[in-house]
Design a protein around this ligand. Structure first.
Ligand SMILES: C[S@@+](CC[C@H](N)C(=O)[O-])C[C@H]1O[C@@H](n2cnc3c(N)ncnc32)[C@H](O)[C@@H]1O
Length: 589
């Protein structure tokens, strides 16, 4: 399933009231980012022509296209890819010059002769390694400059596979390809494990053909590699502990509590006449799984009627909303994204279930769909509904706490692993050798609607959370109140301003960091070092920016040098995908 965990753009509500919808392309995939690399026209050559009226030669400009690459954040997938390519080149005694592609000739190739040479099928390609994005990497011959090589990305290729590929896109130092056939299988390749009929085409769950143990080990390597790339001084000084085993998710499938299928409006169309595919992005045009060639269609968006990673109620919601889309697609003026978010209700057994459900995705009879679950651990009966309105309040239960938040706002996506990570964070925040009656404090930077603040609040004198989204802060306050937690205070603001309003003694304060993918900035890390807390737990959905931040904190801030990384490990929030959540625990030496 294409589970886009990538860059969000602002939500825009569109015409139909039925679907809470966002602007098309809520998420931008890696290949779209590549596409967005600008090709600029430049006037280079000047030719002379004559017109009938005048004998004066007129100057006609012929524009030559030039490749201009967009600046990339080094810790974003495309930035990391450059480092992975350099590492591969080094291992094969190659340099960037050896694999540089002549993009100018491709861009100005009017006859398609050169393009056809570059964008060709290649047989017997050996996959050499896996990128942190979950794709295979290989080296092939350059078809035009025969003394050169090319680095090729092969989605669904595994180390030691021998494969046939079709190269379809050229970049300055690598090319993109589709997997056509697997001639010899990597020992890791376990096609018998595949459950998803869209596997091998869709862009989200590219690890389904690996054992779960292999997936966890690959993610452990991703964490280690991130520190090798972005914290080289820490690695050289041998201060990075051995990366712990990745903590597995209790659910390997049906764990996602939010999915966002979408559809495109073809360019130049004002209204849709034919129903477009509604689902998730296709990863290139792979042909290796012959049984899936027809499944989901051949367009850039696959028509998806089931998501193996999503919870059962979201799949029911998907069926409902697809049926509604069949009826209503002509009303749309733009492409759109449909939100499907799980909502949990603790049922009062004395009332009819239907009266307790609230708003949610409805079936063709107009009834809110739901499933019930007996929560034996807590002795309650739960109803799950699927919310489609971004503004609707949804509820999740974690570790005995109730969390409410707007369906369109951030909340962790895999409920099954949340009790495990919140316990791990809570335990690692403890200041060692504390006496029972000594006060201790907690600062939760980037606190969202209060997940880590509340789950760590027991036995703490005071918790201060800071969060940029005022909406999330009001939910954090509401969640504190609803759970009877009285020692949490939340502040709307940038984490960078946090230290201006912290009045707790640093020696008795632990800090949680859980920033977005881009990580923390140097200003924040510097202030954190100056504040000098007793312990720090840094949780990150982008281990590369985490490694960069800790390299800076431990090496380049005055007091940061007093800290050590006590432990480092991944948590598998997203089984079957390449994503890993990384948790680093720091203490003062
Ligand atoms: C990865 S989420 C973590 C939320 C929360 N810890 C949780 O687990 O639910 C990151 C949060 O940081 C917030 N955020 C982004 N930039 C921020 C900034 N400069 N200062 C404070 N909060 C920020 C986002 O709104 C988002 O809620």
């Amino acid at each position: 399933m294409s589970i886009s965990l990538l860059r969000k753009v602002p939500l825009v509500k569109l015409s139909s009231r039925r679907f809470p919808i966002y602007k098309q392309k809520l998420f931008c995939t890696m290949s779209e980012e590549i596409n967005s690399q600008e090709v600029v026209n430049s006037t280079k050559r000047i030719l002379t022509t004559q017109t009938a009226e005048s004998t004066t030669p007129r100057v006609k400009k012929i524009k030559l296209k030039k490749y201009k690459s967009k600046k990339v954040d080094p810790t974003a997938p495309l930035g990391v890819l450059q480092l992975e390519i350099d590492e591969l080149l080094k291992a094969h005694n190659l340099t960037r010059e050896n694999v540089t592609n002549d993009l100018k000739s491709i861009l100005n190739d009017k006859t398609f002769e050169i393009k056809d040479k570059y964008h060709r099928e290649v047989s017997n390609v050996k996959i050499l390694k896996l990128t942190s994005n979950g794709d295979g990497l290989a080296v092939i011959d350059n078809p035009v400059e025969t003394e050169k090589k090319q680095v090729v990305i092969v989605p669904f290729g595994l180390p030691d596979d021998i494969v046939n590929i079709k190269v379809f896109k050229t970049h300055p130092h690598y090319v993109e390809s589709d997997l056509l056939d697997v001639l010899k299988k990597s020992p890791m390749r376990r096609d018998d494990l595949i459950k998803d009929k869209y596997f091998g085409k869709s862009s989200g769950d590219q690890f389904e053909f690996l054992t779960y143990a292999d997936q966890l080990e690959i993610k452990r390597n991703t964490v280690a590699n991130a520190y090798k790339f972005f914290a080289p001084r820490l690695v050289a000084n041998k201060v990075i502990p051995e990366v712990g085993t990745t903590i597995p998710s209790p659910l390997e499938y049906n764990y996602r509590t939010k999915i966002t299928p979408h559809f495109d409006m073809p360019k130049r169309l004002k209204q849709l006449e034919i129903k477009p595919p509604l689902g998730f992005g296709q990863k290139g045009r792979p042909k290796w799984r012959k049984e899936t060639l027809e499944v989901g269609g051949a367009g850039p968006i696959l028509d998806i009627d089931e998501c193996k990673l999503a919870t059962d109620i979201l799949n029911i919601g998907l069926t409902n909303e697809r049926k509604r889309f069949d009826q209503e697609f002509k009303k749309y003026k733009k492409g759109a994204t449909i939100l499907l978010r799980e909502n949990t209700i603790i049922l009062d057994e004395n009332k009819p279930v239907e009266e307790q459900l609230g708003e949610g995705s409805t079936d063709s009879d107009g009834k809110v769909s739901y499933i019930t679950i007996d929560d034996k651990e807590h002795g309650v009966k739960l109803a799950k509904t699927c919310v489609t309105n971004t503004r609707q309040i949804v509820t999740e239960y974690v570790d005995g706490y109730t969390f409410e938040f707007s369906a369109g706002e951030f909340f962790q996506n895999n409920n099954s692993i949340l009790p495990i990570i919140t316990k791990y964070v809570r335990e690692n925040l403890q200041i060692p050798n504390s006496k029972i009656d000594e006060p201790n404090y907690l600062v939760d930077a980037y606190c969202g609607s209060g997940l880590f603040s509340l789950c760590s609040s027991k036995g703490v004198s005071k918790v201060t959370g800071v969060e940029i989204s005022a909406d999330s802060v009001s939910f954090a306050e509401r969640n504190s109140k609803n759970n009877g937690v009285e020692n949490c205070k939340f502040i709307v603001g940038k984490a960078e301003k946090l230290f201006e309003c912290i009045d707790t003694p640093n020696d008795r304060t632990s800090v949680i960091l859980d920033p977005p993918r881009k990580g923390c900035d140097e200003v924040f890390m510097k202030q954190l070092a100056e504040y000098y807390p007793a312990r720090i737990v840094y949780i990150s959905c982008n281990v590369h920016s985490q490694a960069r931040d800790l390299e800076y904190f431990l090496n380049d801030t005055e007091k940061g040098k007093d800290y050590k990384i006590e432990s480092l490990r991944g948590f598998d929030f997203f089984p079957q995908t390449h994503h890993v959540e990384s948790v680093a625990v720091l203490s003062r030496v």
